[in-house]
Design a protein around this ligand. Structure first.
Ligand code: SF4
Length: 386
């Protein structure tokens, strides 16, 4: 059975007047079969009520518009914590799914979703970025300000991106999702330049706090299919949330992960304990009064975000890393997203800088995975010849 497609949640399209004749915009409008409201250039859709109370309704509205800023930027990491040297490709803003802990609720101040149709400018920026640093490996993700695949049945952006990346020699794309919208990735010439990634969580958290997402089994089944199509995979346990029975919950998803997926197909696994901007607590608290996880004990981190106490983070990380290491391939890079050297040393026994830096560790993991895939392909071809 096919899982819920989050793009089906959209019921209204808004289109910026100047985009109406853009071929890609016309393609999306025609595919959507939805009523269209025109918006003046540089204008914004009319929204009912005040943010964030109007967010639940606003997630049904999609605004097709131009990105007048930059598509491609270094990830806005914080100096105080170990950063992975990621680059963000901004394809749109906001998401039709609705996770209680979603940081976008506090980052954004518009209720609707945006999708940028001037993709010729996006590919132009990427061309220039790759040409400017031919000796640097650029890891690029589209999942920072939206979910990478949630609207893909409507936009069909992923085949364009994956095939563009297949022609690059110094870049990798990560498509990060909580959906199971993967059919557009089938039969593409991806040249192993795209990593398809899923966020995973304890079943209790996924069921209670991640609305309109694919179930964990659907995510894992989608991952398995992508691996069969030759894609590298990644998984993000982020945010790790303290809740009653957290050990059993995370054990169950980790065991299911390795029952479904070949460990050698996994390029990296990240872990990040819940952290949030202070005003997210009141936004999410008002929208989801039944959620309790914001009411644990937190401390303000060096980046101004609330985090669990270090002793609590250490307890959870040590337990999770120990379990992951029992199943994971030695070639998979297990790492922390935005954690201090202190935590790295206590959990892994080393800091990223002792291994050349986190960016190098992830780059090495990608290269190993490509090498492994090529070796398998040669082996497979020899097999056929013999
Ligand atoms: S899937 Fe990601 S982007 Fe979408 S609501 Fe959840 S956390 Fe936010």
């Amino acid at each position: 059975m096919r899982s819920f497609d989050p793009s089906q949640y959209i019921t209204r399209l808004y289109v910026e007047k100047g985009c109406l004749d853009h071929p890609y915009c016309r393609e999306i409008v025609a595919r959507s079969n939805l009523p269209v409201t025109l918006v003046q250039d540089n204008g914004a859709p009319a929204s009912e009520g005040a943010y964030p109370a109007n967010l639940t309704r606003g997630k049904r509205d999609l605004f097709l518009c131009r990105n007048r800023g930059r598509f491609f930027k270094p990830c806005p990491a914080t100096r105080e914590y170990q950063c992975c040297g990621y680059h963000v490709l901004s394809i749109g803003m906001n998401c039709p799914m609705d996770c209680v802990y979603c940081i976008l609720q506090a980052y954004l101040n518009n209720p609707w979703l945006s999708f940028f149709v001037n993709i010729e400018d996006m590919f132009g920026e990427l061309d220039r970025a790759f040409a400017a640093e031919p000796d640097r490996l650029l890891r690029i993700g589209t999942g920072e300000f939206t979910d990478s695949l949630a609207l893909d049945d409507l936009t069909r952006l992923s085949p364009r991106l994956v095939e563009y990346m297949a022609g690059q020699t110094n870049g990798f794309l990560e498509l990060k999702t909580k959906s199971a919208v993967i059919e557009n990735l089938k039969d593409l010439n991806h040249n192993n330049r795209t990593v398809v990634a899923w966020s995973l969580n304890s079943p209790v958290v996924a069921e209670r706090e991640e609305l309109r997402t694919a179930s964990l089994d659907e995510r894992l089944a989608a991952a398995q299919r992508c691996a069969e199509w030759g894609y590298s995979l990644a998984f993000h346990f982020d945010p790790v949330i303290l809740h009653q029975g957290w050990r059993e919950g995370y054990r169950s998803i980790i065991e299911r992960l390795f029952q479904h997926v070949d460990p050698d197909a996994i390029t990296w696994i990240s872990l990040g304990a819940l952290r949030y901007l202070p005003h997210l607590k009141s936004i999410a608290g008002d929208r989801f009064p039944g959620s309790r996880f914001f009411y644990e004990e937190f401390v303000e981190g060096l980046d101004g975000k609330a985090r669990y106490f270090r002793t609590q983070r250490l307890e959870m990380y040590k337990w999770l890393v120990d379990l992951l290491c029992r199943y994971a391939s030695p070639g998979t890079c297990i790492y922390f997203c935005m954690e201090s050297d202190l935590i790295w040393r206590e959990v892994f026994g080393y800091t990223p800088s002792e291994r050349g830096g986190l960016a190098t560790m992830l780059d090495d993991s990608l290269s190993r995975r490509r090498h492994l895939t090529r070796k398998r392909l040669v082996f497979f071809q020899n097999d056929i010849i013999m």
